[in-house]
Design a protein around this ligand. Structure first.
Ligand code: DX5
Ligand code: ZN
Length: 220
């Protein structure tokens, strides 16, 4: 499977010091920065939008892994492209009839398209987005209900990760929610290689140790 990408979720950072929190995570060994975009409609929480991505982009060249928990992802493609987002992951539940256009637009704005699925959504729902001519490049399997950091990992979601890994050996498969030292082995052995972690990294006294432990679990 592809190599580990460890992506601290900036949702758990001090938003008033976003640039320095980002550089602290990169110094601690983070590969990507996971940015949680919530519109207060698709999920019952509101976070940040393209203006904040644009501000952060002035301070870092890092891969900004944007997870859009929004009802109308197509409306966000152009602003996020202009703002300097690297990955644009939309929810399959929010893209029932326009995912082909979405993927094409995301790519045309220079971003990497990904699709996310909520815990209640069957894995089969994302297969059409992987099997067509213009496939997504990452699947994000939610391991908590989207909306908030600090929730408990749902191990039963690993069945989805295993099914995806078996069908798509070289696909980037991301897990998001409740990942940390006590849950990483379950995710890694199921085949996840992109690991989002918010509270376990930001809550640690030595975030670098948590990041390196998770990387080992995926790569070894
Ligand atoms: C939840 C977000 C996650 C969240 C993860 O909706 O998508 O990225 O910040 O936080 P932890 O690692 O604390 O569960
Ligand atoms: Zn997320």
């Amino acid at each position: 499977m592809p190599k580990a990408k460890i992506a601290p979720s900036m949702l758990s950072s001090d938003f008033s010091n976003l640039a320095s929190e980002a550089s602290r995570m990169l110094q601690c060994g983070a590969d990507w920065l996971h940015m949680d975009i919530m519109d207060g409609h698709f999920v019952p929480n509101l976070t940040i939008g393209a203006p904040v991505i644009q501000s952060l982009r002035k301070h870092t060249t890092a891969y900004l892994d944007c997870h859009l928990m929004v009802t109308n992802p197509l409306d966000y493609v152009e602003p996020f492209g202009k703002a300097g987002a690297s990955g644009f992951t939309f929810h399959v539940e929010a893209s029932k009839d326009n995912w082909q256009e979405l993927i094409q637009q995301i790519r045309s704005k220079g971003m990497k398209p990904g699709v996310a699925l909520k815990p209640g959504t069957p894995v089969e729902d994302v297969y059409p987005l992987l099997d067509g001519e213009n496939p997504v490049e990452m699947v994000l399997v939610m391991t908590v209900e989207p909306g908030f950091g600090g929730q408990k990992f749902m191990p039963e979601m690993m069945d989805k990760v295993r099914a995806l890994r078996k069908k798509y050996p070289s696909l980037d498969i991301e897990v998001d929610g409740g990942l940390g030292p006590s849950t990483i082995d379950a995710a890694a052995s199921a085949g996840a290689n992109c690991i989002v972690a918010g509270s376990s990294v930001f809550g640690a006294s030595e975030p670098a140790q948590v990041i390196s432990l998770m990387r080992k679990s995926v790569d070894e």
